[in-house]
Design a protein around this ligand. Structure first.
Ligand SMILES: [Zn+2]
Length: 143
């Protein structure tokens, strides 16, 4: 496990996003994405300043958004060599995780996230800025 000091985690000023742009986007402008992730064994991982948590092996869905350059954001998630910044970076830094699929959407990320049938493993994971009451933007959907 890498230990990296971070003083800045997932504090993008989401409120500065024009909320009218969360809806009615065509797919070329989609700004919400989901990563389908497999964790192939039980792991305890340090997630930045949130702390260390036990993650059961299985399938996870992470829902995120990017104001622009969504393909670059997804490509960044796929890379195993990067500075750890967001909570999801710590999860994906684990050698036991693999992104198996990515999807893009034009719905609001929280709406989409809450449609996932699964379990929040870490309260506050990727959801520090949520105004829709998400427990986590990383959802465990089963082993
Ligand atoms: Zn949310």
């Amino acid at each position: 496990m890498k230990v990296i000091n971070l003083t800045y985690i997932h504090k993008i000023p989401q409120k500065s996003i024009d909320s009218s742009h969360n809806y009615n986007l065509n797919s070329a402008n989609s700004q919400t994405y989901q990563l389908y992730i497999t964790l192939n064994k039980d792991q305890t991982l340090q997630i930045g300043k949130l702390g260390a948590f036990f993650f059961p092996k299985g399938s996870y869905i992470y829902t995120g958004s990017a104001k622009r350059a969504i393909d670059a954001r997804i490509a960044r998630h796929m890379s195993k060599t990067k500075k750890l910044h967001w909570h999801i970076d710590y999860f994906l830094d684990c050698k036991a995780t693999t992104i198996t699929e990515t999807k893009k959407f034009n719905q609001n990320e929280c709406t989409l996230n809450q449609e996932n049938n699964g379990k929040a493993i870490v309260k506050g994971f990727g959801s520090s800025d949520c105004t829709s009451g998400c427990d986590s933007h990383l959802i465990w959907v089963g082993s």
